[in-house]
Design a protein around this ligand. Sequence first.
Ligand code: PEP
Ligand code: MN
Length: 339
Amino acid sequence: MIIVMKPKAAEENIQAVIRYITENGLQTHLSKGEEVTIIGVVGDKTRLASENLNSFKDVDRIVPVTESYKLANRKFHPDPTSVKVGNTYIGPGNLTVMAGPCAVESEEQLLTIARAVKKSGATILRGGAYKPRTSPYSFQGLEEEGLKYMQTAKAETGLSTICEVVSQEAIDAAVKYVDMIQIGARNMQNFYLLKEAGRSGLPVLLKRGLSATIDEWLNAAEYIIAEGNPNVVLCERGIRTFETATRNTLDISAVAVMKEKTHLPIIVDPSHSTGVYKYVPPMAKAAVACDADGLMIEVHNDPAHALSDGPQSLTFEKFDKLCNELKPFAGLVGRTFKE
Ligand code: PEP
Ligand code: MN
């Protein structure tokens, strides 16, 4: 449940409510807006008598939160969250573009791509060092060596960096080298990994599972936040449907639904959603038009010879053209494409 305090409630009255709740063994989550303060309550509500709560000074009303996710719930936190990633942020007012190769293949390859995407306007460099591939015989990633190249690319270009993690070992390595970790679609319901990501101290990009509902996805985010890490960004990357013309089906409506259900930022990955480079620009524009907070786009210096996901990767020229086309779209929804 949430306790909505009266506009301009006195601080001592807010603290009195918090004290009553914590003394009864429950946790509180405070959200202070310009006018109204909301106290979110997590725990066994049967320990609290709501008639007692109603009698506290400055309490306006008590609203039950029926959804199982609480900290990720917009009812707990009505203002949209901004998540800092290295020297940039993902959230209101900004259109954040993450770009880079599906997999880090070599230092030279990564540096070449990093320079190009930076020039076109990306602010975060993506690159997989641990690749959860469908076949065990496909390229599995350079692991820690790849993370070191990400650090080199950051030092040279000033780009912030993101890498997928697949295990505790990968998280331990990632915290040394990158600014944000990514939980991939295949691990969205790996609850132990989610908890470990929550304890990592780094912001987390949580991709939607291949067949996950929005409710399951928000509960996965809750696992991370419940460990004390509020810096979660959601990423819609397409879901499994009967359609085969595209690799997945981009559920663009998820952006609108998430804007209502959660305060967490949401970005769109048009590359994995479609699997086809030609469809990436229109889907990227659709994402911006429906107010996504950012994009994750795969870019490669030589897509025909990429070690993974070449068919959906943009060349430097195509990525540059797309970035130029996106700028006016960002302006139309009140966002700046920060470079
Ligand atoms: C990726 O971003 O490299 C990736 C593997 O994506 P997903 O988890 O969405 O398939
Ligand atoms: Mn990929």
